[in-house]
Design a protein around this ligand. Structure first.
Ligand code: ADP
Length: 396
């Protein structure tokens, strides 16, 4: 099937057309600054980037413009849109309503809107993309693929927070987890690489990008993950705090006289390795600063690596063992230094990586030594392919 994968942000739109038979991306693009007069599209075909400045004031105009490009002789991959089989939409939060990817109906749109209070920045954007497509290509089947769905198999005792139970009943306050399509893709892929049935493997996937989460996967199902009610929880990230003593929030609000928006901004945009290092949110800059002797940069990395290692240890307990650890996303795929620092702290579990094999960026490969008690792999993630495959599965 030829599937258009759409990832709608509040002022942006990412797309890929994927042929699920060959698993190939035929074309991809990124529309930025939607809603502003200086909106522009970067469209990539056959390795070449084409930039178009077109003032799309809303998602409908942007998607209409993208459709024109997809069917144009010079930049397109289709003669007509008849050749497009379906659309897969990335939706961040499915709450407890959506335990799996679903065919989009009016009822589903309503359900996604109802979950918007759990992801106020993300779900309304996905709705914009879905509703625009309903107008532009009303006859194409569309599927919603949720970041949270893969984690709906986490048992109750692991997703309930120790606060009054009434908040779970009233507002759905619980752990949901995110990056589900990435965790699902990487765990499935590493099972293929090892040549074993995923049901016979205990996998810990470390999705380490600007946003980061760790997931324990047993029998092919998520049984624990580090992000929580929102993508702010878990390990420290580029600018997000990760887990804290909750009283730090009220302590700082009192001391600094902060309102809700300010403390949310601090925890989401000014914390993490950026907050500790005061250098950058980009690990490349922090690694360079640490190498040049910046103590706070080194401290930020030390905190980060320690926390990732501790989560891995915790998830070994969650699964009663671990067969394979995978690294993915920006840092996981590209930082030999971070992988090494994390794995060093897992020596007590018999983890041993080969320095030469580890000295690589963005390659799919095993990096553990033959003696290592736990296999360690780098597996570049492919969330778009997973969304395309999920779309096909739902439609079939
Ligand atoms: P997002 O969560 O936005 O999808 P990515 O998975 O693309 O993020 O990760 C982006 C991050 O990856 C960058 O901010 C940077 O910190 C990190 N990164 C990218 N390349 C390298 C590298 N060569 N070494 C260390 N970190 C890297």
């Amino acid at each position: 099937m030829k599937i258009l994968v759409l990832n709608s942000g509040s002022s942006s739109l990412k797309y890929q057309v994927i042929d699920t038979k060959t698993e190939e991306t035929l074309v991809q693009g990124y529309y930025e600054r939607i809603g502003q007069p200086n909106a522009f599209l970067t469209h990539k075909l056959n390795g070449e980037k084409h930039k178009f400045e077109y003032p799309a004031m809303n998602h409908e105009t942007a998607i209409q413009f993208v459709m024109e490009k997809l069917t144009s002789e010079e930049y397109g991959v289709f003669k007509t849109l008849d050749e497009l089989d379906a659309v897969g939409h990335r939706v961040v939060h499915g709450g407890e309503t959506f335990k799996d990817a679903v065919l989009i109906t009016d009822e589903v749109v309503k359900g996604i809107k109802e979950n918007a209070s759990l992801a106020p920045l993300h779900n309304p954007a996905a709705i914009l993309g879905i509703e625009a497509c309903q107008k532009i290509i009303p006859n194409k089947p569309m599927v919603a693929v949720f970041d949270t769905a893969f984690h709906q198999t986490i048992p109750e005792e692991r997703y309930i927070y120790s606060i009054p139970y009434e908040y779970y009943k009233k507002y759905g306050v619980r752990k949901y987890g995110f990056h589900g399509t990435s965790h699902q893709y990487v765990s499935g892929r590493v099972a293929e690489l090892i040549g074993k049935d995923i049901k016979d493997l205990k996998i810990i996937n470390c999705h380490l990008g600007q946003g980061a989460s760790i997931c324990a996967i047993k029998d092919g199902k998520s049984v624990e993950t580090s992000m929580g009610l929102t993508p702010l929880g878990g390990i420290p990230m580029g600018t997000r705090s990760g887990d804290l003593d909750p009283s730090i929030v009220t302590f700082l609000m009192k001391k600094e006289n902060l309102d809700i928006a300010s403390i949310e901004n601090i925890l989401n945009k000014q914390s993490g390795v950026y907050g500790i290092s005061e250098v950058s949110n980009d690990f490349r800059d922090i690694e360079n600063a640490a190498l040049e002797g910046n103590k706070q940069a080194k401290l930020a990395l030390d905190v980060y690596h320690y926390d990732v290692a501790c989560y891995i240890a915790k998830y070994a307990v969650a699964m009663g063992g671990v067969d394979v650890i995978t690294f993915t996303a920006g840092i996981g795929e590209n930082s030999p230094f971070s992988r090494n620092e994390i794995c060093k702290q897992l020596k007590c579990f018999g983890v041993e990586i080969d320095e030469e094999l580890n000295n690589v960026r963005g390659k799919e490969r095993e990096i553990s030594t033959p003696n290592s008690k736990i296999k360690v792999f780098i597996v570049p993630t492919n969330e778009e392919l997973m969304i395309a495959k999920e779309t096909e599965r739902v439609l079939k």
